[in-house]
Design a protein around this ligand. Structure first.
Ligand SMILES: Nc1ncnc2c1ncn2[C@@H]1O[C@H](COP(=O)(O)OP(=O)(O)OP(=O)(O)O)[C@@H](O)[C@H]1O
Length: 474
């Protein structure tokens, strides 16, 4: 037998093993179109029909191909994945990624721009309990309902997600979750998938980002495989598409999505969508799609509050078994207000640092570790901000910063705010006095002295003041 002949045979065996390992769907999508090229000085060339397949295979399968092939043929030391028209895909895709004079099956009036064709695939397609589909990546095990901290800003979205997960019949279609970056949309979607999976493993749930939906669609177009694409998406029980704003302005993907969406809703299958904006605010989205997206329940996730941030930090610290003093958690909840992802990142950094240096976490160490982060959010602090933070901290009304009330519960926080205004701003005593309900500069002076004195005698009070100072100045 020729060398090529035996390579072909070895490849056939390797492919058989790969098929068993990755499953029929992934095999058909990615591995079947590959052919074996030459073996030269230990380097085996595997030929793929397109550049994006090359990149995907390199990232996901090249190591495995090498391991299996060298088992068949010890002469194989490395595997190189190369684009070559010699590859023989069953579906006969074009030889490269660039558009040909007659592009494959342009189904919509406005074909996608060419750049969409080279979007890097990544394994974010998750098919829960569809065991035949090995394209699936696992759901994030941390993203469960149990790990989701509920507060005012997300209670509606949480309740809606729970309802969808628990209901026997489709309660509203679609469920549309929207909110800013890092506020828990993906977390809730995964939580729904986990809950459904637990309750009824036979239900087919697909979760994927709109970007991957588009990628799959374009790939199906290129491989003239749109029937399989449609079948895959229209036969599910629950379809979740994350970050749907991604397909704004992508007309043919929108078109396909619209049909998929309608087909599922018509069959009373649950559709769950997330986006960074409400359906009516999704620019670049066809009117009929926008309107359909708003037909079910639209639930927004608001920016976090201090209480929610503190709750999330507490839960997260417990979960990772880290001993973080409450003051540090409060400090973080005050300082990192952008989104939950950053909040978690900050906590992780502090915990990792403490473990590394073998020291307990303190307010000082936290501040050191997060120096860069805090500096970035650092601005010149104003008296108004000081008043607001101090009022929040001591749980009094902001109006009492300027009111005439003299009860200790109000007067003491007011003094603290004056003290901090003196410390943290360039304002003179009379200026500060004016901001606190037109008080005299001697009142401010007295407040500064009083707070100084209390800090010397009452450690808990000193700690409070220090915490506030750090929060305000970063
Ligand atoms: N209420 C919450 N309780 C616990 N963890 C949360 C909560 N909200 C968000 N998180 C966590 O914050 C991180 C970011 O959340 P997620 O990825 O779901 O955000 P997103 O809204 O999908 O953001 P993006 O718009 O970037 O996709 C995740 O680690 C998630 O677990």
């Amino acid at each position: 037998m020729s060398v090529q002949g035996s390579l072909d045979q070895q490849w056939a065996r390797v492919r058989g093993r790969l098929k068993d390992e990755v499953g029929e769907t992934a095999y058909r999508s990615w591995l079947k179109p590959l052919t074996v090229g030459s073996l030269d000085g230990g380097q085996l060339r595997i030929l793929v029909p397109t550049r994006f397949m090359r990149d995907w295979i390199r990232t996901h399968y090249a190591d495995r191909i090498r391991a299996l092939f060298s088992g068949e043929n010890p002469g194989v030391q490395t595997v190189e994945i190369v684009v070559a028209s010699a590859a023989r895909p069953e579906t006969a895709p074009p030889a490269n990624d660039m558009p040909t004079a007659t592009p494959p099956v342009p189904v919509a009036a406005n074909p996608e721009p060419v750049t969409e064709l080279v979007i890097e695939p990544s394994p974010s397609l998750v098919v829960v309990e569809d065991r035949t589909d090995e394209m699936s990546a696992p759901l994030d095990p941390r993203f469960t309902f149990e790990n989701f901290v509920v507060g005012k800003p997300n209670e509606l979205a949480f309740a809606a997600a729970r309802r969808v997960a628990d209901a026997q019949a489709v309660p509203f279609n679609p469920l549309f979750l929207y909110g800013g970056v890092g506020l828990g949309k993906t977390h809730l979607m995964h939580a729904i998938a986990w809950a459904i999976r637990k309750k009824d493993p036979s239900r087919r749930v697909i979760y994927l980002s709109a970007e991957k939906f588009m990628y799959q669609f374009i790939r199906a177009l290129r491989f003239k495989d749109t029937m399989a694409f449609k079948e895959q998406f229209r036969s599910v029980d629950v379809l979740m598409i994350d970050d749907v704003q991604f397909i704004s302005g992508k007309d043919s993907t929108q078109e396909e999505f619209f049909h998929t969406f309608n087909a599922l809703v018509d069959q009373n299958r649950q559709v769950i969508i997330s986006a960074d904006k409400s359906p009516s605010d999704l620019e670049g989205m066809e009117e009929r799609l926008r309107s359909r997206l708003g037909w079910g329940l639209v639930a927004d996730i608001h920016p976090t509050t201090y209480e929610l941030r503190l709750g999330i930090l507490g839960q997260k610290a417990d979960r990772i078994g880290a001993k973080v003093p409450p003051k540090v958690l409060e400090f973080l909840a005050h300082k990192i207000t952008s989104n939950v992802r950053e909040l978690e990142g900050a906590l992780n950094r502090i915990v990792a640092h403490a473990e590394l240096v073998g020291r307990a976490i303190t307010l000082e160490s936290a501040q050191d570790v997060l120096h860069d982060l805090l500096r970035a959010s650092n601005r010149r602090v104003t008296i108004e901000e000081i008043q607001k933070k101090v009022a929040e901290h001591f749980n009094i009304r902001l109006a009492d910063m300027s009111s005439a009330r003299r009860a200790r519960a109000v007067a003491r926080p007011r003094q603290v705010a004056m003290y901090l205004a003196k410390q943290l701003t360039q304002r003179s005593l009379p200026e500060i006095g004016r901001k606190f309900g037109d008080r005299d500069h001697t009142t401010v002076m007295h407040a500064v002295r009083k707070v100084d004195e209390l800090c010397g005698t009452d450690p808990a009070f000193a700690e409070d003041v220090e915490l506030l100072r750090r929060m305000l100045e970063g």
